[in-house]
Write a protein that binds this ligand. Sequence first.
Ligand code: 5AD
Ligand code: SF4
Length: 470
Amino acid sequence: MDSPTSTLQLTSRSGQVAPVIQNRKKVYIETYGCQMNLADTETALGILTRDNFEITDSIHLADLILVNTCSIRENAEQRIYGRLGEFKRAKREKPGLLVGVMGCMAERLRTRLMSEEAKGVGQIVDIIVGPDEYRKLPSLVSRAWHGEKGIAVRLSRVETYDDITPLRTQDISAWISIMRGCDKFCSFCVVPYTRGRERSRDSDTIIKEVETLVSRGFKEVTLLGQNVNSYHHNGCDFSDLLARVAAVDRTMRVRFTTSHPQDMSDKLIDTIASHENVCKFIHLPVQSGSDKILRLMERSYTIDHYLGLVERIRRAIPHVSLSTDIIAGFPTETEEDHRQTMDVLKAVRYDGAFMFKYSPRENTPSYSMVDDVSDPVKTQRVSEIIDVQNKISYEKNSALVGETVQILVEGRSKKASAESQGRTDGNKMVIFPRDNSVSGEYRDVLIHRVNSATLFGTILSSSESVERAA
Ligand code: 5AD
Ligand code: SF4
């Protein structure tokens, strides 16, 4: 079983552990899927802890297990069904334990998740709550404790949770949700149906949140939305918002994701270029290199437009890092379409990519198209794409061997306790032997070796940094 995107980390940078208060009910939460879900988990926890819950990172101590779910591809849902099945035992061992399903699967499958045919998990799920209904969590839980299973899945045109303080368990880097939903309706994508219509959050509340994070010592914020480029609120567009956020504290890094190639304006490119603390990293999903497939995907741009955009970005921001998403095996994709996708990878030379096999999603427009690329062919194509991209990522990373890069120190490496990790402005992970560097510091690292995903090096002392810069 794959691990979830996140379970809770209750220990803070200073080593403090979240306080345990007697008689509070304990909630354990697992999060699957995208960064929006990670941010939503923090919102849901903000709501629950205001209502006398405390969080636990142990299933055995929990009174309530929540799973924040993802529906983007069939295999994401299968993993979650598997996980829900595992909670059966926890429920047997602890009568009264509640299990709730949040997020996109809750929205998409609704009562089906509680019904008998729900792959053996029907009796397990007590609460189903969609992405726009998290305010109802306390009342749903309280009713479920009295034996009444609950479901809340209405989508909203206005909910942005802008008055809710998310419960953040990290203390250097924060996600800030600036908009919800998506109006793009790409033909393969379930998001507009599970997360609803696009709506932007009040820019003043976003700025206030950033100010609070700065005062708490955070060093990085990532502005989140399914398509941040179409943010707009009372005449403030995404470029304006980005400039305002960057001005709050010039020593704080500002990131954002995701960008749709159709809405990436010159104004936005200039704003990224002209603010030193806006990271020079853009995630710009292309999805396919074939105009025919892009049309069927309803992506609303051509490859010429996309490549022209990349050229403009590179001209304005010479050291920019770019990443992308690719779908292999969309209906009617031929070997020639596939070759065109590989050509785009070779032409753009992305720093990284997320690469997927096409997965038909019920109720999306492409679901009615014949899924005519066989699974072995999808597998073959996606592995060819991964090979090409890994080679490019490795070559790009190799160019950094012997160079000094600046990182924001994040703390201990997740893989080895004798090592620490940090990220470059271009979002590359850097691993180095643990020393006395402090999480949240900017430090220079000399890179010694790389692989396609990670850089390895040693931290330079301040005098070594000055020497190398001279
Ligand atoms: N099949 C495969 N990949 C998908 N994505 C979205 N929907 C599907 C699907 N039905 C991918 C896209 C998107 C990323 C978040 O997930 O590449 O950019
Ligand atoms: Fe899905 Fe397209 Fe919206 Fe992204 S832009 S969330 S791929 S519909």
